[in-house]
Design a protein around this ligand. Structure first.
Ligand code: ATP
Ligand code: MG
Ligand code: MG
Ligand code: MG
Length: 562
């Protein structure tokens, strides 16, 4: 590519709306342009980086035995109604109607549509296991689209779905994906960590997030320097201040007070460690644990509840377990704030105005409860506080904390979707069984931004070579000088012949201007041709990430670069 022809409009000024460095640099260096909030055009340089990341992802998915397909973006409501998520998904889903008034959505994810496909195409154990994936746009009407590619409303994701006969098969698929994901992020040159996303889950780790460590990350992780323990810490958007002196004139009917229950009691009962509770507020009255709240976004609620309580698939199916463990009846406390979803048992309870809370006895509730007034937050178990410095739950060493960007997540789904949509197969004995599923996502466009968050300096981007838009830039200090021009052209042709992706800066600009731009764009290697060095038979070689420039022999240079 010749710089004179490259469509990479750079900006001198940092755009005001860009809060994080990846957003700023990708705009300034001419990789992306904004079309609307959270919606971006990928310019040629940006598109090249995306294709590099996609290429690595494809290779690793294929190596793991997966097959690529493409599922529709435009999805009929029916399949979402079957899974029950049409109503649950909420405002994050882009919805639309066709000319006949039939409801559709733009796929925020593809579990439903692929399960419907498998339902009609797979019927025998002989067809399993299957790993199917696509790389494609996703649509989520995020409440706060921001940080450029990090949180878009249209973004590119690789999503893979595994279909197995049983749990053991799923375990195997999950393990393959864990390895593939580690390979992907390592090959992208990123510093990352796989963290337990669903801490303390019964039956082992059933979700991992892959976090690129970066100061601007929206997620927090804790990890152990001595063993392999690492966990996600989601930050509560707002934690209410503990109330110093609660009024005790309660319009409550308290019926009975069985044995004392504290956070520790509950944790012991559940077999989870208090440190592993995330974003959970326990409320206490008269020394008894009477209520618990989990704070968080509605859409993440289920996961957060699982995180918080460490073990429950907290669906209506299991209120008994909750009741038993917490000593509270199925009930509700709230509303505390817009982002608060009370736990107890029923996730689907909307924001009720009238609050009730369990009263430590079956079928009795506190009525007209005002949590802030009536309950003292006995303990705020928030990993912001118990994260760094706390003993590792595995080995006891003090944990370290870091910020991270979630670039991928892998999840054991089990039979949730296959049961809801009726995706079954016949086993060896002719018995009908639900297919056991997993899902696995990588944010391709987010990974591109995460790389910039990790690799930049005050001059611009420093691309890891495996995902750089071009690997080398060739800069003749003057293009007017016929000898320099000819030598630069020759080197450029040689590089191309060796299969090196090179840009020749053939513009009639001062060398200084070219250097500044090359640093901003972030080409990993810069080769500069000047009269003096050329007369000595050398070219100046400089890595973008290093301060040093080195004279290297012109002879055999292209092969050396390769
Ligand atoms: P987040 O917690 O950041 O909202 P998520 O957990 O909702 O992400 P998943 O449903 O797990 O996301 O999707 C898989 C991957 O898709 C994520 O790990 C992330 O890399 C990417 N991703 C999700 N939402 C966005 C977005 N709005 N913009 C860009 N990438 C995204
Ligand atoms: Mg999300
Ligand atoms: Mg997430
Ligand atoms: Mg996720």
């Amino acid at each position: 590519m010749r710089a004179s022809q490259l469509f990479a409009p750079t900006l001198k000024e940092t755009p005001a709306e860009a809060e994080v460095i990846s957003h700023q640099l990708l705009l300034r260096a001419g990789f992306i342009r904004k079309a609307a909030a959270g919606i971006y055009t990928f310019l040629p340089l940006g598109w090249r980086v995306l294709k590099k990341i996609e290429g690595i992802v494809r290779e690793e998915m294929d190596r793991a035995g997966a097959q690529e397909l493409v599922l529709p973006i435009l999805q009929p409501a029916e399949v979402w109604q079957e899974s029950g998520r049409w109503d649950l998904y909420g405002e994050e889903m882009f919805r639309l109607k066709d000319r006949h008034g039939r409801p559709f959505c733009l796929g925020p994810t593809h579990e439903e549509i692929i399960t419907a496909l498998i339902r009609s195409e797979v019927n025998s154990y002989k067809q399993l296991p299957l790993l199917l994936y696509q790389i494609q746009n996703k649509y989520r009407d995020e409440r706060r689209p921001r940080f450029g590619l990090l949180r878009g409303r249209e973004f590119i994701m690789k999503d893979l779905y595994s279909f197995d006969r049983d749990e053991a098969g799923l375990e195997e698929s999950y393990r393959k994906m864990y390895t593939a994901y580690s390979n992907v992020f390592r090959r992208c040159g990123l510093k990352f960590r796989a963290v337990e996303a669903d801490t303390g889950a019964i039956g082992g780790n059933f979700s991992h997030e892959f976090m690129v460590l970066a100061e601007t990350g929206e997620a927090r992780v804790v990890f152990c320097p001595s063993c392999d323990y690492a966990a996600n810490v989601e930050i509560a958007q707002s934690i209410p201040q503990p109330i110093e002196t609660p009024e005790k004139e309660l319009p409550l009917k308290k019926v009975a007070t069985p044995g004392k229950r504290t956070v520790e009691d509950v944790c012991a009962y559940l077999g989870v460690i208090p440190q592993r509770l995330i974003k959970t507020l326990f409320y206490e009255a008269d020394g008894q644990l009477v209520a618990a709240l989990v704070r968080g976004d509605r859409e993440l609620n289920e996961v957060k509840l699982q995180n918080a309580l460490g073990c429950w698939k907290l669906k209506l199916a299991e209120p008994e377990r909750v009741k038993e463990a917490l000593g509270v009846s199925v009930g509700y406390v709230g509303p505390v704030g817009l982002n608060d979803i009370p736990i107890y048992a029923d996730l689907e309870i909307p924001y009720l105005v009238n609050a009730v809370a369990g009263a430590n006895v079956d079928d009795y509730h506190w009525v007209n409860v005002n949590p802030e007034r009536d309950f003292v937050p006995a303990k705020v178990v928030d990993l912001r506080e118990v994260g760094a410095g706390e003993p590792c739950p595995q080995c006891g060493q003090p944990l370290e904390g870091a910020r991270g960007i979630e670039v991928g997540q892998i999840f054991k789904l089990g039979t949730k979707y296959s049961k809801a949509l009726g995706a079954t197969y016949l086993d060896e004995t002719g018995r009908e069984r639900p297919i056991v599923m997993g899902c696995y996502g990588i944010g391709i466009s987010r990974t591109m931004a995460a790389a910039v968050e990790q690799y930049h300096d005050e001059k611009g981007i420093i691309w890891p070579i495996s995902i750089a838009p071009y690997q080398v830039v060739v800069i003749p200090v003057s293009i007017k000088d016929p000898l320099l021009r000819e030598e630069a052209e020759k080197l450029y042709e040689e590089l191309k012949a060796e299969g090196v992706e090179a840009v020749l800066d053939d513009r009639d600009e001062r060398a200084g201007v070219k250097f500044v731009e090359a640093d901003l764009i972030g080409y990993p290697l810069r080769l500069t041709l000047g009269n003096k060095t050329l007369s000595q038979g050398t070219v100046d070689w400089k890595w973008r990430g290093s301060q040093e420039e080195q004279a290297v022999p012109r002879e055999g240079l292209a092969r050396r670069v390769k």
